[in-house]
Ligand binder design. Structure first.
Ligand SMILES: N[C@@H](CCC[C@H](N)C(=O)O)C(=O)O
Length: 289
C-alpha cells in the first residue's frame, strides 16, 4: 500500500491559487510525479501546487519543501503555497515567524495577521543563463522573442526573471485582451526556455499598481501566482515603469510586492484561506508508483 494512503492533507488557497499542503516530516517518503498527478486528479485534493513538507535540512529552518505542479513536475518556488505552509505551521502555536527552505534557498516567513503572511522570496536573478535561456541575451529586461507574424507580432520583447523559478513577462495594455490559454502553452514550451517558463501578461496601471494574468509552467491558467507577481514587480521596476513597492492585482486577489534596496530581496505579502482537511483514499494511488 502507498505510504500516502489515508495520510492527512490540508486544502487551502493563496488568493485563489489552489494549494494542497502535505506534511511528510518524519515519513521518509518522497512523492513521485505519478502520485502528485493522482492527488491533483481527485476533486477533494485538486491543486495548482502540492506543497510537501520534509524534515529541515539547514539548521535553524523549520521544514524543507518540495513543490509539485499539476503535471507532476517540480518547481523550486511557489509564493502562494509558501504562505499557506506558513499558516499551516504557525496556526496552533504562538510563533509569528519561521524559515522554510526549497532547493532555491531560504524563505523567512512572517505572520501579519491571522490570515496574512509576508514571505521573503530572496533575490531575483537576471543573467540569461540563470533564467535559464537557451542562448545568450545581454539585456534581460527585453529579450528578442515574439510570437505571431514577424511584422505584426501578437506578443514580443518579454522581460525574463528567475525568482527561484523561470518567468517571462510580456508587457500589454490589457491583460484580458489576449488568448492566454492558447498562447501560454506555446510560450511555456518555447525552445528559448530549456526548463520551460511561467508566462505572464502584465499591464502597468500606475507606478504602484500592476495587473497580472499568468499561465503557469506545469499547471496552466491559475487565479494567482506569487512568484510571477514578484517577477513582474522587479521587472517593471528594472524598466523604471513602477516604484519598488507595488500592488499586483491577479484574478484571485491582490499581493503587495516590495523589492528591498538594502539586499535586493523581494517581499511578498498576501492572504491565505483554509478550505478543509481530509485524508487520501487508499485507492487513489492504485497504479501510481
Ligand atoms: N503558483 C506558484 C508558482 C508555482 C510554480 C510554477 N508553476 C513553476 O513550475 O515554476 C506561486 O505562487 O509562486
Amino acid at each position: 500500500m502507498s505510504a500516502l494512503a489515508n495520510h492527512p492533507f490540508a486544502k487551502m488557497n493563496g488568493i485563489g491559487n489552489e494549494i494542497v499542503v502535505l506534511d511528510l516530516r518524519g515519513a521518509g517518503h518522497v512523492v513521485t510525479p505519478a502520485e502528485a498527478r493522482a492527488i491533483a486528479g481527485h476533486p477533494r485534493s485538486r491543486f495548482d501546487q502540492l506543497m510537501v513538507l520534509h524534515a529541515p535540512v539547514t539548521p535553524g529552518t523549520d521544514a524543507f519543501m518540495r513543490i509539485y505542479n499539476t503535471d507532476g513536475s517540480e518547481s523550486a518556488a511557489c509564493g502562494n503555497g509558501t504562505r499557506c505552509v506558513a499558516w499551516h505551521l504557525m496556526k496552533d502555536g504562538d510563533r509569528d515567524s519561521l524559515t522554510l527552505e526549497t532547493s532555491a534557498g531560504l524563505l523567512p516567513s512572517t505572520r501579519v495577521d491571522e490570515l496574512t503572511f509576508t514571505v521573503d522570496m530572496g533575490a531575483p536573478r537576471f543573467g540569461w543563463d540563470e533564467i535559464p535561456l537557451a542562448e545568450a541575451f545581454r539585456d534581460t529586461r527585453a529579450i528578442e522573442l515574439q510570437i505571431g507574424p514577424i511584422d505584426a507580432p501578437i506578443l514580443h520583447s518579454p522581460s525574463v526573471v528567475n525568482m527561484g523559478n523561470p518567468h517571462a513577462i510580456f508587457w500589454v495594455d490589457d491583460v484580458k485582451a489576449y488568448d492566454l490559454p492558447t498562447i501560454g502553452p506555446l510560450l511555456e514550451n518555447h525552445p528559448i526556455f530549456p526548463e520551460r517558463a511561467n508566462i505572464s501578461l502584465a499591464a502597468v496601471k500606475d507606478r504602484r499598481h500592476l495587473d497580472l494574468w499568468v499561465w503557469e509552467r506545469g499547471a496552466g491558467i491559475t487565479r494567482a501566482c506569487g512568484s510571477a507577481a514578484c517577477a513582474a514587480a522587479v521587472a517593471a521596476a528594472r524598466k523604471n515603469l513602477t516604484d519598488r513597492e507595488v500592488v499586483v492585482s491577479l484574478p484571485g486577489g491582490d499581493l503587495t510586492i516590495t523589492w528591498r534596496e538594502s539586499d535586493s530581496h523581494v517581499l511578498m505579502t498576501g492572504a491565505v484561506a483554509f478550505e478543509w482537511e481530509d485524508r487520501f483514499p487508499p485507492q487513489l494511488f492504485a497504479g501510481a508508483a
